[in-house]
Design a protein around this ligand. Structure first.
Ligand SMILES: Nc1ncnc2c1ncn2[C@@H]1O[C@H](COP(=O)(O)OP(=O)(O)OP(=O)(O)O)[C@@H](O)[C@H]1O
Length: 600
């Protein structure tokens, strides 16, 4: 692609690790796991099978805790539900007995349903309260198992499903569970590496930015809860077979803690880290057998050490690339010529965005007080005014965060829904933020790819199984993100973690993310804040080039020079009202503007 050639990275940074390099640790672990049966020690078969089963659960929980940042600490409840479902159905004491595999499948289904039931409060409740509801659910499940004696055997328990030959030997069953664990690793890594995984971490670390990119949080979380619940239910069925006999006291709070801490010590947003964490925590009580009674204490101590010494967990410890120094004194060099390819097929602006008589008050403060504003395709419209004059509030009204109390907001004559920010991206309206909103632990490329979330057509299931449409979309999105980064002058930093960028680079990264939408309208909230003079000039040229492609730009800024240099029209606000509107030349000489805002 011609543009990519001209946009060759100015920086010589190490390339992203190849797919094989990323796979190697997993292949190493798998090879080690396949060699275990040669030890001939059945005791190790038991421990290793347990680690595999725990990972089947933790792999799904990892998407909820490590990726989506939801504190689900009571996941032992779904393990118990899966274990009882599989055991009861295989025993045939309620319905005719099912074969063990069918019972396992049913455990997965029940797990999926209850995964959503347990997860739903996360859509409304904040972290701590959600954690408490999952814990409450865990208590309810064990109490029901105790009380419902006819079905569950109460305190006496019930036999777990028996596996047919050759899975009825310790090593046979181990290899089966290892296969399940490997499959779960692949499936959850597929989700983590897809637009769904990127959206999850965006919801976790930059929820407002995720909304602005059109991420529909409820739908996304429900899909992940379904998957994690299904995996936990299946883990429960496998666990029941391993235990041979299950009673409610097999599902302790310690076990729930183990799952949760495995993700935390593994590190957020990683698959390998939590996998190692699960192996470590399964082995810990075995190698320190005399301390078995202290297991909760050991987990807590380990967690403390990790949180204090390596907050990023095992994943951060293994992230050698991010410890290499980045070149000093690097400059952002936008390449507007890349925009023709990037925005060439952009969402056609069907007309202007129009605000008429918009009023929005916070209590007694009228942040916007009867504002009229027109944003036209292909124009740069500057919005200036003293601090607190209502600029950001206006931008937030247009981007759907606030619902005006009076007035109308339309795009090409059709009303734009208020209070629904996730619906702006599908309309081709993108934005940046006064304080850059980003996922620090993700790479710059991944952050930028979040911007095209609404364009993804492949479904969660297609992502789960890496079907061809999903793979093709990923390739296209990555190519487009690299082009957006080239346009914004960050091509060389694509594979660097975003939290390693300088402030000015983050501002350009946000613009690249917004460009991924190929927006009809782009709203920039103080993009020049914190930039050096030279960078402001390059930013100005970039904004003009974006408008030249037909995108309408709303520029909220304090840098009057930038506004007067690049805007087609300028609106000046004061106390939420329009003080003046016109061309830069008219505004520059407007008496009231000069005395109230520009000075001199
Ligand atoms: N969420 C809110 N709750 C209460 N008051 C708010 C809220 N957001 C803004 N305001 C008030 O509304 C007024 C306009 O604020 P706004 O942030 O839109 O101004 P601004 O022109 O963007 O200022 P600045 O240049 O400092 O960013 C201010 O008085 C502010 O204190």
């Amino acid at each position: 692609m011609g543009v990519t050639d001209t946009a060759a990275p100015a920086l010589k940074l190490p390339a992203a690790p190849s797919a094989l390099a990323r796979l190697l640790p997993f292949l190493g672990l798998l090879a080690g796991a396949l060699l275990l049966p040669f030890s001939g020690n059945d005791y190790w078969a038991l421990i290793a099978t347990r680690a595999c089963i725990y990972w089947v659960l933790v792999s799904g929980l990892n998407l909820i805790v490590g990726y989506a940042g939801q504190l689900a600490i009571g996941y032992v409840a779904i393990l118990a539900l899966g274990a009882y479902t599989a055991s009861v159905l295989a025993a045939g004491n309620v319905l005719p007995a099912l074969p063990s595999f069918a019972a396992l499948g049913c455990a997965g289904l029940v797990g999926a349903v209850f995964g959503v039931v347990v997860g739903l409060p996360a859509l409304r409740l904040r972290t701590f309260y959600f954690a408490m509801t999952t814990l409450g659910f865990a208590t309810i499940v064990t109490q029901i198992a105790l009380a419902w004696q006819d079905v569950t055997g109460g305190g006496i328990g019930i036999p777990g499903p028996e596996m047919p030959a050759p899975l009825d030997t310790p090593w046979g069953y181990y290899l089966f569970c290892l296969g399940a664990a490997a499959l779960c690793t692949w499936l959850t890594a597929n989700i983590a590496g897809s637009r769904f995984g990127r959206a999850l971490v965006a919801v976790r670390d930059a929820e407002v930015a995720a909304e602005a990119c059109g991420v529909a949080k409820p739908r996304l979380l429900v899909q992940v809860f379904l998957l994690a619940g299904a995996l936990a239910g299946i883990a429960g069925g496998l666990f029941a077979t391993l235990q041979s006999y299950i009673t409610p006291d097999a599902f302790t709070f310690d076990l729930s803690l183990l799952f949760f801490i495995a993700v935390l010590i593994g590190g957020r947003g990683s698959i390998l880290g939590p996998l190692l964490g699960t192996i470590l925590l399964t082995l810990l009580p075995e190698v320190a057998a005399p301390l078995a009674a202290w297991s909760t204490f050991l987990y807590a101590a380990l967690l403390l050490v990790i949180v204090l010494a390596i907050p990023g967990g095992i994943a951060a410890l293994l992230d050698f690339r991010s410890r290499r120094a980045l070149p000093e004194g690097r400059a952002v060099q936008p390449r507007p010529e890349a925009l023709a390819t990037l925005l060439g097929h952009h969402r056609e602006a069907r007309g202007a965005i129009e605000l008429r008589g918009v009023v929005l008050a916070f209590g007694a403060v009228r942040a916007i007080d009867g504002l009229d504003l027109d944003l036209r395709p292909g124009e740069v419209h500057g919005l200036i005014g003293p601090n607190g004059s209502g600029k950001t509030t206006t931008l937030n009204v247009i981007s759907g965060y606030y619902r005006p109390q009076q007035g109308s907001l339309t795009l090409a004559g059709a009303p734009l829904p208020a209070g629904r920010p996730a619906l702006r991206a599908p309309q081709g309206i993108a934005r940046t933020f006064q304080t850059p909103r980003l996922v620090g632990e993700a790479t710059v490329l991944q952050n930028v790819m979040v911007g095209a979330t609404v364009e993804g057509r492949s479904t969660f299931l297609e992502a789960l199984f890496q079907l061809p449409r999903q793979r093709r979309e990923e390739r296209e999105m990555e190519a487009r993100a690299r082009l957006a980064l080239a346009a914004a002058g960050l091509a060389g930093l694509a594979d660097v973690r975003a939290d390693r960028l300088q402030h000015s680079e983050l501002r350009f990264m946000e613009i690249a993310r917004a460009l991924m939408l190929r927006p009809a309208f782009l709203m920039l909230d103080e993009p020049a804040a914190g930039l050096a003079t030279e960078e402001i000039k390059r930013l100005g040229a970039l904004i003009r080039a974006i408008a030249a492609q037909g995108t309408g730009v709303l520029l909220v800024e304090h840098h009057a020079d930038l506004i007067f240099d690049i805007c087609d029209r300028v609106t000046v606000l004061n106390l939420g009202r329009e003080l003046a509107a016109g061309t830069p030349a008219e505004i520059r000489t407007h008496k009231e503007v000069v005395s109230a805002y520009l000075g001199g």
